[in-house]
Write a protein that binds this ligand. Structure first.
Ligand SMILES: [Zn+2]
Length: 125
């Protein structure tokens, strides 16, 4: 893709110069993409981190939930889901059993919250 010059007419067809029209919108879009996209090595590292977290807690759901790092790992997991194709997710769940277990746990957790099972625990915090 060739770079659009700031002083040429905007490609959106508004008749305004690019810098007065869609430039800022495009810049915001690209910086957003840059922030969001993770390379495969970064994805692998996050999956591995989550795997280790699960294993360190012996896969014990209650212990994981009580860990001060739980929210952090939950957010990392979400980040991976948002940035990975199904194929990549399959690969990570196959490579890291702890990653798979963590995902399963989050599913159950989300369901349990819906059903009010954690109301007591969440109120205490
Ligand atoms: Zn425009």
């Amino acid at each position: 893709m060739s770079k659009i010059s700031r002083n040429t007419l905007c490609p959106c067809g508004s008749g305004k110069k690019y810098k007065k029209c869609c430039l800022s919108k495009d810049q915001a879009k690209y910086s957003n993409q840059k922030e969001k996209s993770l390379n495969s090595q970064q994805k692998d590292e996050i999956a591995s981190d989550i795997h280790n977290f699960t294993k360190e807690h012996g896969g014990d759901k209650e212990r994981m939930l009580k860990s001060p790092d739980f929210m952090d790992y939950m957010n990392k997991f979400k980040l991976l889901i948002d940035n990975s194709s199904n194929e990549e997710m399959n690969k990570m769940t196959t490579s890291y059993s702890g990653f798979y277990e963590f995902g399963k746990f989050l599913e159950e957790f989300a369901m349990a919250i819906k059903n009010g099972a954690f109301d007591d625990l969440l109120e205490k915090k």
